[in-house]
Design a binder for this molecule. Sequence first.
Ligand code: PEP
Length: 251
Amino acid sequence: MRKKVIAGNWKMHNLVSESLALVRALKPLVADVKEVEIVVCPVYTSLYAVASELGGSNIKLGAQDCFWEEKGAFTGEVSAWMLKDVGAEFVIIGHSERRQYFCETDEWVNKKVKSAIRAGLTPIVCVGEKLEEREANRTFEVVRAQLDNGLGDLSPEEAGRIIIAYEPVWAIGTGRTATPQQAQEVHAFIRGWFREKFGDSLADALRIQYGGSVKPDNARDLLSQEDIDGALVGGASLKADAFAEIVKSAL
Ligand code: PEP
């Protein structure tokens, strides 16, 4: 039985005071939830403060990206070890906004995933097709290439440490959600890729989140699909009550 994981990607939102207000509002709303893993991913500048606020709660901390070197002359970058140091347990890697605006490649994703695992973080690795790729019936081909190039050379130990987020790019921040059936068939495809490469027990244990305009009113239908093991939530994670409702839809 896979424990569902609901993660909030706050993107580039919230000053420290706003981040603190958001987790203070969220904590009591989900305090009694034990069966779902809950993660929030603030901007770098709020991580330390949010980590202190989350102490002793059932909400875990994640970051939105990391660099693959541990330290050095890489101005502006933050390593996985530094994220671990401030209390993060998760890190989103290969989000479509990073691929789109910062030219992130599968090769970079590969290096970042390995470094995150070495640092002791759980990478949430994002894959997903663009609208024109879906319309050209290339969804599986695109997702397979992202998996092959981003994760193809992981050891079974490394592969067993990651979470996948299937995020169709056309559904992110657009209000347009994949239907539960559209999402399910790609999730099953992703699990099949892991089965072929790493065997049954790893594939059966792998958690695959759906992401793309998940809201309180569509979360339950998505989360009830056989291969959907959670959600990566953008916009709706910025409101404590909406995010808490999504968490509870996973129960
Ligand atoms: C995301 O940022 O990963 C995301 C899915 O955003 P939204 O929920 O706003 O579509």
